[in-house]
Write a protein that binds this ligand. Structure first.
Ligand SMILES: *Cc1c(COP(=O)(O)O)cnc(C)c1O
Length: 382
């Protein structure tokens, strides 16, 4: 009897791990050699699959992993007992002891967190590693920049804490260079007031993917935190980072389940939101919003079949989507369909796909559902 794992796939993502590794090397090569590389792999490595992605990033020489929660940290610990990990989110009070168990650096933003982690470290008989986060205008995590020197002092006075880094996060690196520059100034001014701080001994980091466009390589910055760009996606169109030449790691594919001819005047899919103005050949695809093809792409998106763009007709449904293939010769049941990625000379980028749903590439990657099998491609093929 065939097992489920041997069934043909109806909707899948291909993850090109060789491209991921190349992207890391390209990003590194675009930076001064002293810049360390923090690989951000939160949210299942942006939907690419955390274990596979992290393993390849280790092979590529990532210096530190950035995660959003302890479960993600534990998944990395399964791969390596000692690869440095930074938790980018606040710890819940009942999570404190796990940063010790998993040997994860915690992000601290407040005197309460400093006191709590100092207590946890004392109880465990081991220093807790922390990165001090400074809020320079993002208005999310971090101690307000004017209060950072006082919190720095508290960390130094806490016997059971070991400071390993200082960082901030930009709110608008993709569209407000002046405010990003102001955030850098606030960060450096705060560090200047931290008495006796040895910045060369710490990870000093601010830039995410978009930040790399305006990176300051002179000052004390010595690490970058890269998420989206390592997956080969530019943070916005017209980005200066196109010179890095990172290529997409992720592609999203489905198949044609049925081809049929419908007469003019037929309303297509739920709600009859598209009424055919001519006799039309349609293909019914074996993917829908249950896979991560957003309903917002109804009457708006495109797919690639036999290297040609085919418009979505009517509403995307949970498991099926209807496209117009009148202009494409010889479409058959079983044909491969590209939702995101390349086919022959045609391409649908993650950025274009995201626009149909009025969202951003980050959210699209997080919206590809569990039903979608991830296939890992290496340089040796699938
Ligand atoms: C997610 C995240 C990043 C990575 O951002 P990208 O724009 O995907 O490169 C960097 N820093 C922090 C604090 C983050 O939460």
């Amino acid at each position: 009897m065939a097992t489920a794992s041997r069934l043909p796939l109806r909707c899948w993502a291909e993850i090109d791990l060789a491209a991921l590794e190349r992207n890391l090397h390209l990003i590194r090569a675009s930076l001064p050699p002293h810049m360390r590389y923090v690989a951000v792999v939160k949210a299942d490595a942006y939907g690419h699959g955390l274990p596979q992605t992290a393993a390849r990033l280790m092979h590529a020489g990532a210096d530190l992993f950035g995660v959003a929660n302890l479960a993600e940290a534990a998944a990395i610990r399964e791969l390596s007992p000692d690869w440095p990990i930074l938790l980018l989110s606040p710890l819940l009070p009942d999570e404190d002891r796990y940063v010790i168990d998993y040997d994860v650096a915690a992000t601290v933003s407040s005197a309460e967190e400093v006191a709590r982690l100092d207590t946890a470290g004392r109880a465990a008989g081991r220093a807790v590693t922390v990165h001090l986060k400074i809020d320079t205008g993002m208005g999310r995590l971090g101690v307000w920049h004017e209060e950072a020197p006082a919190l720095y002092r508290k960390i130094c006075d806490s016997k059971n804490l070991k400071l390993a880094g200082v960082f901030t996060h930009f709110s608008s690196p993709d569209d407000d260079a002046a405010f990003t520059a102001e955030q850098r100034r606030r960060f450096l001014a705060a560090l200047n007031k931290c008495e006796g701080i040895d910045l060369a001994a710490l990870f000093v980091h601010a830039d995410n993917s978009a930040g790399l466009e305006t990176i300051e390589v002179a000052g004390p910055f010595n690490a970058v935190r890269v998420g989206l760009l390592q997956f080969g996606i530019l943070p916005h169109t017209g980005s200066l980072l196109s010179h890095v030449k990172a290529v997409p790691v992720f592609s999203f594919r489905t198949r044609v389940g049925l081809v049929k001819r419908l007469p003019a005047g037929t309303g297509v899919s739920y709600g009859r939101t598209h009424v055919l103005t001519r006799d039309t050949t349609v293909a019914i695809l074996t993917a829908g919003y249950g896979d991560g093809l957003p309903r917002a792409a109804s009457n708006r998106g495109y797919v690639l079949i036999r290297g040609q763009r085919c418009p979505v007709l009517g509403r995307v449904t949970m498991d099926q989507t209807i496209v117009d293939v009148t202009a494409v010769a010889d479409v058959c049941a079983g044909d491969e369909v590209v939702l995101i990625g390349r086919q022959s000379d045609a391409e649908i980028s993650l950025t274009e796909f995201s626009r149909w749903a009025d969202t951003i590439p980050w959210e699209t990657l997080c919206s590809v559902t569990k039903r979608v099998t991830r296939l890992y491609r290496t340089s040796l093929g699938l």
